[in-house]
Design a protein around this ligand. Structure first.
Ligand SMILES: Nc1nc2c(ncn2[C@@H]2O[C@H](COP(=O)(O)OP(=O)(O)OP(=O)(O)O)[C@@H](O)[C@H]2O)c(=O)[nH]1
Ligand SMILES: [Mg+2]
Ligand SMILES: [Zn+2]
Length: 313
């Protein structure tokens, strides 16, 4: 009989695999390959898992302990001065959903796009509630700079023309794992319910699993769209503030495609695009055939100042 190599603990053999499908505070719900849902607790700080994580866990009575989090492809998170807030891991897309009503902050939209670019996760922008004609026209115009960028903007009316939207969204998201992100009231959960058969039932199930004397509200949850479990959507709570303290100010321009496109024409390699002579970016603000919108350039300047301050003060 082959001898067990030293350093490999016996317990490894008993570990189960699974995907984290919901997380709340320190505990989370893991879906095992047989579809069973188990509440799991982390072992120490190292095994802190987020939705989308592939984990190894050990059963203990009817709950479990996460022993190991597999290496992540990416991690979508925001970071303010004190706290890191992880949304989800191992994503193909971040679908940023805004709506004609309530009005959205372009600043927060830009921040979410930058965070996605920094992790090399492809962002998709969608504008919901096209049935609200006047506010939709205003919002569509506000999104002109984003429609010009390679992102494009997908118009939606999730409650009024659900069938049309379902077909176009499925085409876009099929076979992928997508985090649905956006301000409160944009329609994220409406979108999930439209695309996921029985999504409400699953929500109930997860709440029940977490109700064992602990928290009942789940912050972020995973849904399989198809029976074959190839397409997944992740619902997330609406966000208001999106901290980018993990981004270097000098990195910003490269994460904003409309600015990055002109930055290679700057005279100085370390140009901040704020005051330097020979800058390739500044003359393109509201000018030329690939213009940078004044609003985006202003956001760039504000973010640059904010991130420089947090770093060097
Ligand atoms: N008029 C209109 N209303 C919509 C549309 N899509 C969603 N809504 C409504 O917008 C409201 C908010 O939708 P939710 O799906 O709960 O929004 P959410 O983004 O999940 O919000 P949070 O969970 O708070 O972050 C609901 O009353 C929906 O019925 C739409 O296309 N048109
Ligand atoms: Mg919601
Ligand atoms: Zn420059």
């Amino acid at each position: 009989m082959p001898k067990q190599r030293s350093g490999v603990p016996h317990a490894t053999a008993a570990l189960h695999t699974g995907i984290v499908i919901a997380s709340h505070g320190r505990h989370c719900v893991v879906e095992a390959p047989d579809g069973k849902h188990v509440i799991c607790h982390p072992r120490g700080k190292k095994s802190q898992a987020v939705v989308g994580d592939r984990v190894r866990w050990q059963a203990s009575e009817d709950e479990g302990t996460i022993e190991k989090v597999d290496a992540r492809r990416n991690l979508f998170y925001r970071q303010d001065e004190i706290r890191t807030k992880s949304f989800a891991a191992n994503l193909d897309h971040v679908l940023i959903l805004v709506a004609a009503d309530p009005d959205f902050s372009e600043h927060q939209l830009t921040r979410a796009l930058i965070a996605a670019e920094a992790e090399r996760i492809a962002p998709i922008i969608a504008l919901n509630k096209s049935d609200l004609i006047e506010p939709f026209e205003r919002a569509w115009a506000k999104l002109a700079p984003y429609r010009r960028m390679h992102y494009g903007v997908l118009p939606l009316s999730l409650t009024a023309s659900g069938d049309v939207d379902r077909v176009s969204l499925l085409k876009l998201l099929s076979g992928k794992t997508t985090l649905v992100l956006g301000p409160s009231g944009a329609g994220k959960s409406t979108l999930i319910n439209l695309l996921v058969p029985g999504a409400l039932a699953l929500t109930g199930e997860i709440s029940k699993a977490l109700a064992s004397g602990k928290h009942t509200t789940t912050s972020t949850s995973w849904y399989w769209v198809d029976k074959a479990e190839q397409t997944a959507l992740i619902d997330s709570p609406g966000f208001q503030e999106f901290g980018l303290h993990h981004i270097e100010p000098m990195q910003l321009a490269s994460l904003m495609p409309d600015i990055a496109e002109h930055a290679s024409n700057c005279k100085f390699y370390n140009c901040t695009h704020l005051h330097e002579p020979g800058c390739g970016v500044m003359p393109q603000v509201e000018a030329g055939d690939r213009p940078i919108s004044a609003a985006r350039y202003k956001i760039y300047g504000e973010l640059f100042a904010e991130l420089s301050q947090s770093r060097y003060s």
